[in-house]
Design a binder for this molecule. Structure first.
Ligand SMILES: *[C@@H]1O[C@H](CO)[C@@H](O)[C@H](O)[C@H]1NC(C)=O
Ligand SMILES: *[C@@H]1O[C@H](CO)[C@@H](O)[C@H](O)[C@H]1NC(C)=O
Ligand SMILES: *[C@@H]1O[C@H](CO)[C@@H](O)[C@H](O)[C@H]1NC(C)=O
Length: 297
């Protein structure tokens, strides 16, 4: 309800600004302009995709693990703009998505927080980011596959399953053919455990399923993957209210009062322009809208 109020206020305000800019056209045309060319409002502060809302992660990211030379990617962030969305990847931390639109309240959200490696064929295959923004019953998540490239850059992003994203990141750090193998990145004890496990599999003392389970345990001990029972640690939440969020009807009404004062100022300026020769419309058109707004509040 508050959001609706805010939108209504904003619409009304923008209309007033437009009327002021286009003082000589009719109210009808002004409204069409607003729909067709919102980009021409030239008023960045309403939606400013360059200043995304502060995103608050729900869970803590896991500690770094995996091939040590990849640690140098931590703390860095990489961006890609694709199909009107900007994606920010901060390896071993988070992935976010920002709609590059000038519409009111463009989407900006968390696709996932780093949790673990996906290991395929005893190779580090992808960084797994989970517990992103809600998406119906589930939460968004993204797997970031690392591939050899001449420089660090996001190659592409897709959404193979609704709210389950897949990203490819290119980096020279994974070009050596053995750099992403799991075995050399284990300490001696865990390597010995794995050797023994291979022996037991060979002698058929464990089933394939048992082997997979025990191998997973070895990867867990190394910190590469999480235990199936792992519950993510909630992130420290910052409950500070942002003054520009219309979070309650009260703040909405406050904002309304402020905007209304500004509108009154613009209106009197408009009135004085209307009285100049050549001005063809009355202010009654949007006077009417204003009372509609009072009804809504
Ligand atoms: C994502 O990680 C970057 C890099 O450390 C950090 O600056 C940013 O605040 C994080 N964003 C979220 C939403 O956690
Ligand atoms: C990261 O490691 C520290 C100490 O090694 C540990 O106390 C902490 O719980 C770990 N954090 C996570 C999210 O696993
Ligand atoms: C796993 O590795 C083997 C041997 O290197 C290879 O033949 C097989 O295609 C790989 N499987 C996958 C799913 O990559």
């Amino acid at each position: 309800m508050a959001a609706h109020c805010a939108q209504k206020i904003l619409f009304y305000f923008i209309q007033a600004v437009l009327l002021l800019d286009k003082g000589s056209v009719s109210g009808e045309e002004v409204r069409m302009r607003l729909v067709e060319e919102p980009i021409n409002l030239g008023n960045q502060q309403w939606n400013a995709p360059s200043q995304p809302k502060t995103l608050v992660p729900k869970v803590q990211f896991s500690n770094f693990s995996g091939p040590p030379h990849l640690q140098r990617l931590k703390g860095k962030c990489f961006s890609l703009v694709q199909n009107d969305y900007k994606y920010d990847l901060c390896p071993f931390q988070n992935v976010t998505q920002h709609e590059q639109s000038l519409r009111w309240n463009p989407y900006s959200g968390i696709l996932g927080i780093y949790e673990e490696w996906e290991i395929v064929n005893n190779t580090f295959h992808a960084m797994v980011f989970k517990d992103g923004d809600e998406c119906g019953e589930k939460t968004r998540q993204i797997k970031v596959q690392l591939k050899c490239g001449t420089k660090n850059e996001i190659d592409s992003v897709g959404e193979p399953v609704t709210c389950e994203y897949a990203m490819t990141f290119r980096t020279p750090l994974v070009c050596h053919e053995h750099s992403m193998l799991v075995y050399p990145n284990l300490d001696e004890d865990l390597q010995a455990e794995w050797n023994e496990l291979e022996g037991r599999l060979y002698r058929e003392e464990v089933t394939q399923q048992g082997y997979k389970k025990m191998l997973h345990k070895i990867f867990e001990s190394a910190g590469f993957v999480l235990s199936p029972n792992f519950k993510p640690i909630p992130a420290k939440q910052d409950h500070e209210a942002h003054p520009d969020d219309f979070t309650s009807l009260d703040t909405c009404k406050d904002e309304y009062r402020k905007l209304n004062a500004e509108v009154e100022r613009l209106k009197s300026e408009l009135d004085s322009r209307m009285n100049q020769p050549g001005a063809g419309m009355s202010v009654n058109d949007y006077e009417k809208d204003k009372y509609d707004l009072y009804d809504d509040l």
